[in-house]
Design a protein around this ligand. Structure first.
Ligand code: URA
Ligand code: SF4
Length: 244
C-alpha cells in the first residue's frame, strides 16, 4: 500500500466532497467518472507508523473472533465444523465482505480458501496488485450454511453484530460487498446487484463507503461477467488511489 502523501488534508477534503449528497434510487453515490478525476487516495491516517493502534485493533479483532468461536446465536452453529471469523490486516484500507463460509472454509476456519477464494486472490493480487495480507476478508455469516444455501435473514441479523464490530475495529476506507446478500445487508436495500455494482455508495450505517460487485462464485458460473467485475474493481482502485 502506498503511504499517505503530504497533502493529506486536501485529499481528505476532496474525498469527503466526492462522497456527499449525490442520490440515485435512494442510495448516495459517487459516479465513476468523478472518481477518475480524483488524483490521490483519501487519507484516514493509516500508514506504516501506527503500530500501537494496530495492536489495539488486533486485540479487538481477537476478542470478536473469540466471541464468534463460542457463538450459538443462530442455527448455523449446529452444523459447523468451526467458525470462520475473517482475517487480514487490522489496518486494512480495503475490506471484502462475502456471504458465508463454504465447505473448505468450514474445514480450515479461513475465509475464501476454496474455488471462489482462488478467484478472489487473483482479483486482489493480479488485478489490484495487493496481497491478501494487506486487505481484510470477512463474511456476512461466520458459520457455514448447510449445502451452501443463502443465509436466512434471521441468521444474518444474528451474526451482523460481529461484522459491524469488525468494520468498526478495522475502519477500512472502502468495503467491497461481494454479491447480493452482502450488498443487501450493508446497503439496506433490495436492489439488484446489476444496478448497485460499480459505484462508490455512501454507507447508510455511517461507516465506510461501499462498492458492490459480483460474488466470485457467480463469476465462476458466469465467466462472461468477469469484465464487469474488473471494471468495478478499477473503480475501487481509483477511489483508493491505487490506479495509474
Ligand atoms: N464464499 C463466501 O462468500 N465466503 C467464503 O468465505 C467462501 C466462499
Ligand atoms: Fe453465531 Fe454467526 Fe455462527 Fe450464527 S452464523 S452461530 S450468529 S457466529
Amino acid at each position: 500500500m502506498p503511504s499517505p502523501a503530504p497533502d493529506a488534508a486536501r485529499r481528505r477534503a476532496a474525498a469527503e466532497c466526492l462522497l456527499e449528497g449525490m442520490v440515485e434510487a435512494g442510495l448516495d453515490l459517487v459516479p465513476p467518472s468523478t472518481l477518475q478525476a480524483q488524483e490521490t487516495a483519501p487519507d484516514t491516517g493509516k500508514g506504516p507508523g501506527a503500530t500501537p493502534e494496530m495492536a489495539d485493533t488486533d486485540a479487538a479483532l481477537a476478542t470478536i473472533a473469540a466471541s464468534i468461536a463460542s457463538c450459538q446465536k443462530c442455527v448455523l452453529a449446529h452444523q459447523r465444523t468451526q467458525t470462520v471469523p475473517g482475517e487480514g490486516n487490522p489496518q486494512a484500507r480495503l475490506m471484502f465482505v462475502g456471504e458465508g463460509p463454504g465447505a473448505e472454509e468450514d474445514r480450515s476456519g479461513r475465509p475464501f480458501v476454496g474455488a471462489s477464494g482462488q478467484l478472489l486472490d487473483k482479483i486482489i493480487e493480479n488485478g489490484m496488485g495487493l496481497s491478501r495480507q494487506e486487505v481484510f476478508i470477512a463474511n456476512l455469516v461466520k458459520c457455514r450454511p448447510p449445502q451452501n444455501r443463502t443465509p436466512q435473514l434471521d441468521e444474518v441479523v444474528a451474526c451482523s453484530t460481529y461484522l459491524k464490530e469488525q468494520i468498526k475495529a478495522v475502519q477500512p476506507e472502502l468495503i467491497i460487498a461481494l454479491g447480493r446478500p452482502a450488498a443487501h445487508f450493508l446497503l439496506d436495500t433490495t436492489e439488484a446487484v446489476g444496478s448497485l455494482r460499480g459505484k462508490i455508495l455512501k454507507n447508510p450505517q455511517g461507516g465506510p463507503p461501499i462498492l458492490v460487485t459480483y460474488h466470485p462464485a457467480f463469476l465462476l458460473y458466469e465467466p462472461a461477467r468477469k469484465s464487469d467485475c474488473w471494471a468495478d474493481i478499477q473503480v475501487a482502485m481509483r477511489f483508493l488511489g491505487l490506479a495509474q
